[in-house]
Ligand binder design. Sequence first.
Ligand code: GLC
Length: 421
Amino acid sequence: MDQKQRLKWFQEARFGMFIHWGLYAIPARGEWVRSQERISVEDYQQYFDEFNPVDYDPAEWARIAKDAGMKYAVMTAKHHDGFCLFDSQLTDYKATNTPAKRDLVKEYVEAFRAEGLKVGFYYSLLDWHHPDYPHYGDNFHPMRENIKFKGKKHKFERYQDYLHGQVRELLTNYGKINIIWFDFSYDKMSGEKWRAKQLVKMVRELQPHIIMDNRLVAGHEGPSTQQEQLGDFSTPEQQIPPAGLVDKQGKSVPWEACMTMNNHWGYCANDDEWKDSQQVVRGLVECVSKNGNMLMNVGPTAKGEIPMESQEILEEVGDWMHENGESIYGCAAVKLPKPEWGRYTQKGNKLYAHIYDRGIGGLVLQGLKKKLVKIRLLSDGSEITKASPWYSEKYKGLQFIMLPSGPLVDDFDTVVELTLE
Ligand code: GLC
């Protein structure tokens, strides 16, 4: 299967759910807590001994994702702390050995699939639990400044084998997996340090249709257009690339912007800086208008629940998607200048005008004069008429349309469907 074919469903889906979940939900200060607070393996052990997500109901998570209009999900099978939500035979540091006593990944896969959603695994290349991952002097390891670890030799090959072995498990034991999301590379810890070529070969053998992110070579700090043999899509983080992403020839490359809903990936009890649902909708539109996807994160609690705030945001996003999803799924960038009133997306002969700012008077459509056969409000199919007000005489090239003169019907984003001839 070539890359274009592999990516087809993904570029139509446009909207997915990122799930960051692990032991770090208990300290509830984000998934980097071990690194930021220099917590030793021993001091972190209390969370392992206590991890018991009694309210974990992945069918409920899947329903929340689906109702929001999301088409796929990516869950942390293992994050940087090394804790595995899946039943790996290569470590004891896994959910089945905590009071949870369950393979949480297996349940996730089954539940999301049952809702018709595509499933993906996030897998951390960094591992702060494995004894053979560099400790002292590493950029991020919780023990990077602890002189107890200075001069300690690590058999990194053993870690490489472990990483390859776990990826093999994940892509063998859970049926068809749609996305593998490696995270992340830095300095010398990149590419062949992960034995990337061999890893990619194995991944492709085990799951020929699977798509892979670009972080076997790229970092987590921002956009990269790396699209060689080592990944299918780019992963700008916490930022939508101002002009989309293109390769050296200027051709658009597949990308997915990953975003937190507050300011943390893993559950953070004191982080109340939630984005609002309008921002999420407009963020998604922004991505699609530049040929990208959006992967919106949730960080479930230690008990296994998606935070209430996230649920509420996703519900409102879902209401909008329910009426306007056609302007997102399968849509892409438009070759027209960015309009003053909002954004465009397009699918075939349908052009979608996403109107954020109604302005006053007639709404101007540039470059579309004599090209429109039908104009409808997407949410209810009602007709919108072309307008030729007297002042339009002066602007020969411009098409005007008349929206109701009051405020916009949908203050998130009022979508007008323009059918081209
Ligand atoms: C960064 C962070 C990580 C998070 C990821 C999501 O790489 O290290 O915590 O999972 O971004 O893109």
